[in-house]
Structure formats: structure tokens, C-alpha cells
Design a protein around this ligand. Structure first.
Ligand code: CUK
Ligand code: CUA
Length: 621
């Protein structure tokens, strides 16, 4: 079409020129044909026909949306947004009582790094852990239902950023902080920074039986910023690795002041040892948490110098090396776990910082790879290769772990933050796909004004050369993602009919309304295509309340069929929630104004969905 326009536009030009244009046009056409061919094969790679399913789930953090984004790969289709740290009007997360209590009134969260639970260093698909940099919380997402089942506030911390990362058998997941504050967040002048301010790392323990998490213990760390971390695996099992910046201990204008040192540190800590010490009683209790101080219990924590404000540190699949990305250095540093252990044994220290021993750089470094500008994070494949994303150069670099040679570079659009490969941080990487989670999308999608989406590039890494295959926009703001084999996830479609469940009513005949003083309890059911609140009444779908009442709607969706969700919205009341098949949900409403308020099902559930309505009648006092 475009070429035709070009031709029409030049009809008046001299013949020679026209010929030249035709030739040029021909070349262009050939180019198009060629790129069509490539596009076609790439299109085929990501095409998942209607009715067919993707091979992988990609669990991407939703950044300051506080949500979890679930994608299918290779299609890159967004399947679900699971609310974790912030309310969600569509599902009623944060509206109905259970999730409202769990959210604790918070309006937002900042979720950076999902961590799928692991067995023997590989994703097991049971649960996903998350932390909230914005409001200091940790969450458990049950991967049977893709629902957040527990949120805990973490005391004594400020911005649990470099988390979650899980130990190889999900013994713990760790959450070290981005900000250092006086313990407990009390007031202390910034002049007291170096002595009074602390970084704190939290060890959280998952309880898979009850889909919960608990704070197990905390570790006091120097007043630096902790960035990204990874747990050891295989040979380095029992250890964990954190990156730090601002070892300058700057308190203002960090952009300049925290970028002075040529080297910051990788913190190497022995979590098994720490857990044992805490078990033995080597801790002080701070705000109800067992606080372990490594300065007083030497032998569990060491510092490894690493170039220039490292961002991510990632452990190789065999657990033999940890790879640090100095974001202000053009290199990625590969450190040997064996050499580090040797240096620890020989007390081969080059000094100490904040009372912690610093290992000799030359004794621990294995190699430095010249990757390019702005390396942030590294992932791995099944063939001994590593992939590092470059923020400044907007590239992904493939390099070989053994040889240290750069094999290939591919352009991404633009500014890679994290990378996620299939099982890319486990003992068992897949080696098929890599996604670059980009921070800037600029011209990649139709413009929607000054705010642009974030962007994800899908790269085929199965061959020697990487191949950029597709991209997709995303809402703000995925930081890290993990890609897990779809076979490892086993979901529940319908909640079991649990007759012991509190507030549940399983038949229309049992629906009833109880009054206790000015509390009205509605034990109702939702089914296709009506609500029944009171079986005895000749207006079974009407709730009659009095001004000043507190009304509890306990609604059970008694439809036991896949994907038959009912919604419950009260017109003019600012309330809505969903009830999945077999679930019971409670909504508490203070009716402080008289009036007539239609209730309706908000989730299209049958041909008679529009008829699924009722009334809340509030009589004046
Ligand atoms: S940080 Cu965001 S791109 Cu929070 Cu994982 Cu590196
Ligand atoms: Cu129930 Cu629509």
C-alpha cells in the first residue's frame, strides 16, 4: 500500500528517476519478502492456536501496582493480574472482609521480585513469595488458586527490596532491605547514620500446609543499600549472596555520593549457620523478632569486593560461581564459591568494613567479562551460557560461563532491567526462552500520550545466536519475572463444598437473615441466575435494613462448575466483590443513609445474568 502511494506520488517525475525508484521499490519488496519470511517463522514460534495452551507460565512482578502479572509463554498473552499488595475492584480483593483485613488498609505496594517455591533448587509450583518495598510486607501466593493467602508486615525493616529469594528447599525466603533506618524506624539524625542506622535482612518461613508465612528471624547488617540476591545451590547450598551499594554510607544526593567507591561488596552469608545460632539462642529480641547480630557472632558473614555499585548477583545453576553485575562498570564479575570458601578458611582478608571481614578480591575473582554498559541482571541456560541485560546499551549479551567469551549480543527496546529465562535462576534451566523486561518502550507501540507502557521482549535462546521474536507491552511495572513449566502448576477449578465452613450456606432453602441488635447478617447464596438471601421471604432477593445498621453479606456461590463466577455489586455503594464457585465471601456495609439500592451480579454468568439482581432497602430511622 505504502509503495503504491510512493509510485502515485512520483508519476510526474522523469522516467530515469522512475526506473530508479522501481528498482529501489523492487529491492524494498524483496526485503519485505525476506523479512516476511523471518517474521513468519517467528510468528509461528509464538503462535498458540485458539484452544491450545502455552507451554510456560511467566510470573512477573507488577512493581508499584502491587500486583502479580501472569503471562503465558511463548504467546506472551496476559492471563491474569493477581492482586497481592493493593486492592482490586474487579475481584473485590481488599473489599470483602478476609482480604480487606489481610491488606490492612494499604492502598499500594511495590512488588519487585517474585520467588516461586523450590525443591532441590528447582521451582516446584506450590507457592510464590513476594515482598513489598513500599510498605514493608511479605506475601504468600498459593499457586493452586493464584490467590494471595497471607500477608505479613515485617517489623524493623525499610524497603525489603532484594527479595524474595528462596533457599533450595524453600526452608526460608530472604528479604534484605534497600533502605537503612534506625532499628524500629525511630528518629535519629542523619549524622548518626553510620552508627545508628542499620540494614536488616529478614528470614521468612513458609508454611505450605496453611499457605502462610512467618518471620523466622532477622539479621542486622551495615547501613548500606542491599540490592539483588540469590541463594546458593548445589555446592553453595547453605549460603546466600546479596549485592550492596552505598557502602560509602552517603545520606544525601546518592546519585553522586553513593557512586564514589570503585568497589562495593557482595555479602556472602551462611544462612544455615545463622539459623543454627538463632536456634541456640544467640539473638536479641527486637520488636518481637529474633535479631541476629553477625558482628557478635563471627563466621557467618563475609564481604567480597565487587566493582561499582553492583545491581544483581546471580548464582550459576551448578552453584559453583556467583556473578555480580556492576551497574556503573562495563563488566560482569564471576566469583568462585570454592575460592571464597578457601579464602575464608585461610583468613585471606584484605581488611574489614563495619566489623565484617572483607575477602581478598584477587583470591575470589574467577574472571571479569566485558559485557558492555549498564549490566544489571544475569540468567542462565542449560548449555553453560549466561545472559546479562544491559540497561545503558539496551542489549542482551550471551556469554559462556567456562570460556568467559561473549558469544552474541541482541538489541532490545529499550533499557533492559531484569531478564527472565525458563528456570533461569534454578539448578535446572530450560534454555528455550528468555524475556527481557525493559524499562522504556518509547516508539514500540501505538502512542497513548505521554505515558508509555513498559515492554517485554521475547528472545529465542535455543540456538547459538539469540533471536528476538516478539514483544508485548505491560502495565507498570514488572521488575523481575520467573518462567516455570506449565506442567508444574496444578490448579483447583472449584472450591470443595465444605459444609463446616463458617458462614457458608449450601442450598437456596437454607438462605436466611439474622438480626442481632443493629447488626444484620445475611447468609445468602448466589447461583445461576439469582441471589437468595432469605428463603422464607416472598421477596427472597431483598434485604431490608434500617438506617444505622451494619449489614454483613455472607454469600456462597453454590455453582460447582468451572469458571462460573458471580459478582456482587451494590449500586451507589462503592462496593463490589467476586465469589468464585464454591467460595463464601463476606462484605460488611455500614448503612448510614436510607434509600433504595439495587444489588446486581457484576460477573456475566449466564444468559440471564442481567436478571441476577436484588435490592438493599434501607428504611429511615
Ligand atoms: S530491581 Cu527493578 S530492574 Cu528492584 Cu530487581 Cu533490577
Ligand atoms: Cu451471576 Cu452474573
Amino acid at each position: 500500500m505504502k509503495q503504491l502511494k510512493v509510485l502515485y506520488g512520483i508519476t510526474g517525475i522523469a522516467l530515469g528517476l522512475l526506473v530508479a525508484f522501481l528498482v529501489f521499490g523492487n529491492t524494498a519488496a524483496n526485503d519485505t519478502a525476506n523479512s516476511d519470511a523471518t517474521n513468519k517463522s517467528n510468528a509461528e514460534k509464538v503462535y498458540v492456536a485458539p484452544g491450545e495452551l502455552d507451554d510456560y507460565y511467566m510470573m512477573a512482578s507488577g512493581g508499584h501496582s502491587g500486583q502479580l502479572f501472569v503471562y503465558g509463554l511463548p504467546s506472551m498473552r496476559l492471563i491474569r493480574q493477581v492482586p497481592v499488595f493493593s486492592p482490586d475492584p474487579a475481584t473485590g480483593y481488599g473489599f470483602e472482609e478476609e482480604s480487606k483485613e489481610m491488606l490492612g488498609g494499604y492502598k499500594w505496594g511495590d512488588f519487585h521480585h517474585p520467588a516461586i517455591s523450590e525443591t532441590e533448587g528447582d521451582y516446584d509450583g506450590r507457592a510464590l513469595f513476594a515482598t513489598d518495598v513500599g510498605n514493608n510486607r511479605a506475601a504468600y501466593v498459593d499457586l493452586e488458586t493464584f490467590e494471595t493467602t497471607d500477608i505479613k508486615e515485617i517489623p524493623n525493616v525499610s524497603g525489603p527490596h532484594c527479595a524474595a529469594f528462596v533457599t533450595p528447599n524453600s526452608e526460608y525466603f530472604f528479604a534484605p532491605t534497600r533502605f537503612s533506618v534506625p532499628i524500629g524506624g525511630e528518629y535519629a539524625d542523619l549524622d548518626e547514620y553510620s552508627d545508628t542506622y542499620k540494614g536488616v535482612m529478614t528470614a521468612l518461613k513458609p508454611d505450605f500446609k496453611n499457605n502462610q508465612i512467618d518471620v523466622a528471624f532477622q539479621v542486622m547488617l551495615p547501613p548500606w543499600s542491599y540490592d539483588l540476591s540469590d541463594a546458593g545451590k548445589n555446592k553453595s547450598d547453605g549460603w546466600g549472596f546479596l549485592s550492596t551499594y552505598n557502602t560509602e554510607e552517603a545520606t544525601t544526593t546518592l546519585e553522586i555520593n553513593a557512586s564514589q567507591n570503585d568497589r562495593d561488596y557482595i555479602v556472602m552469608f551462611n544462612w544455615e549457620e545463622m539459623a543454627k545460632e538463632v536456634e541456640k539462642g544467640n539473638y536479641t529480641e527486637v520488636n518481637g523478632v529474633k535479631m541476629f547480630d553477625p558482628e557478635e557472632n563471627s563466621g557467618s558473614i563475609y564481604l567480597v569486593p565487587a566493582p561499582k555499585s553492583p545491581h544483581g548477583v546471580d548464582v550459576t545453576p551448578d552453584g559453583d560461581y556467583f556473578v555480580a553485575n556492576g551497574k556503573l562498570s562495563p563488566t560482569t564479575s564471576v566469583f568462585s564459591v570454592e575460592k571464597a570458601k578457601e579464602a575464608i578458611k585461610n583468613e585471606d582478608f584484605q581488611g574489614e568494613a563495619q566489623g565484617l571481614p572483607v575477602l581478598n578480591y584477587d583470591s575470589v575473582i574467577d574472571k571479569e567479562i566485558e559485557v558492555g554498559l549498564g549490566p544489571l541482571h544475569t540468567q542462565f541456560d542449560d548449555k553453560g551460557n549466561a545472559y546479562t541485560g544491559l540497561f545503558i546499551d539496551s542489549q542482551v549479551v550471551k556469554w559462556n560461563l567456562d570460556s568467559g567469551k561473549v558469544i552474541d549480543k541482541t538489541e532490545i527496546s529499550y533499557s533492559s532491567g531484569h531478564l527472565a529465562a525458563v528456570g533461569g535462576d534454578t539448578t535446572n534451566p530450560g534454555g528455550e526462552w528468555l524475556v527481557s523486561l525493559n524499562k522504556i518502550s518509547k516508539d514500540q507501540y501505538l502512542s497513548v500520550g505521554p505515558s508509555h507502557p513498559e515492554s517485554m521482549d521475547l528472545i529465542d535462546i535455543s540456538g547459538e545466536k539469540m533471536e528476538l521474536v516478539a514483544n508485548t507491552p505491560s502495565q507498570p511495572e514488572p521488575h523481575y519475572a520467573q518462567i516455570i513449566d506449565a506442567d508444574k502448576i496444578e490448579t483447583t477449578e472449584v472450591a470443595e463444598k465444605d459444609t463446616d465452613r463458617e458462614n457458608a450456606v449450601w442450598s437456596t432453602d437454607d438462605a436466611h437473615i439474622e438480626r442481632e441488635g443493629d447488626e444484620l447478617h445475611v447468609y445468602g447464596v448466589a447461583l445461576r441466575s439469582r441471589f437468595v438471601f432469605d428463603a422464607e421471604s416472598d421477596r427472597p432477593d431483598v434485604v431490608e435494613a434500617k438506617e444505622g445498621d451494619t449489614v454483613y453479606f455472607h454469600i456462597t456461590n453454590i455453582d460447582q462448575d468451572e469458571d462460573i463466577t458471580h459478582g456482587f455489586g451494590i449500586n451507589g455503594y462503592n462496593e463490589n466483590f467476586e465469589i468464585q464457585p464454591g467460595y463464601t465471601k463476606t462484605l460488611k456495609v455500614e448503612v448510614d443513609e436510607s434509600g433504595t439500592f439495587p444489588i446486581y451480579c457484576t460477573n456475566f454468568c449466564s444468559a440471564l445474568h442481567q436478571e441476577m439482581t436484588g435490592y438493599l432497602l434501607v428504611e429511615p430511622k
